[in-house]
Design a protein around this ligand. Sequence first.
Ligand code: ZN
Length: 228
Amino acid sequence: MGRRPAPLPLGLAARSGERGAVCRPCRPHPASGARGISRSGPWNPRNSIGAVRIVLVGGCAGVGALAGAWAAWLAFRLAVPPDAAPVSRCPHCREALPAGWRGWLRLGGRCPACRRLTVRSWAYVAAATAGFAALAWRLPADRPAEVVLLIAWLLVAGAGTVLAGIDVAVHRLPRPILAAAAAAIGPLVATASVCAHDPGLLLRAGLTAAAFGGGYLILARAGTGPGH
Ligand SMILES: [Zn+2]
């Protein structure tokens, strides 16, 4: 039986670098659920924007701009009535869009033939850039589980940008996009749960997804929910 070390005075625990030392003002982080670790030293990444965080926010904002530009093109092509094929011609010059994957991997909403805008791509770029930057700024990213969860949230923001554009245009949420987003985000949440040794994380995410799915199912039955 070893002697328990005497509690260190407030602030001294942080300077000593002892991992696991807990000071009273530190509260569990709302996202990670981890115990508060005293970081009351001269640089505290939780309370200040450090160089790493600035790079993270800038990088995620750049990725968000690219994701928004792609989301604009996807929303333009997929904003069609239920059971209709994706848009295959420019609404201005009626030129056929590129076939195959080249017709999908485009940034922005300009027609490759006449160069006119087919969709307000600036709105998608602005929304995704702001969303990605806000997530990188506010969410913790110190531990592997937190980084994985941040990636999952970025995917939610990217898919949400596409779905919002389609919903505004044709009032439907295509199920293939919902299924693809769930298939990508589910394993990430499971990975974060394993990394954090927190099975409750996966359980809470599953319950939240089930609640949202149930709500959308009710809307679908009422005729105002996701389309095909
Ligand atoms: Zn055109």
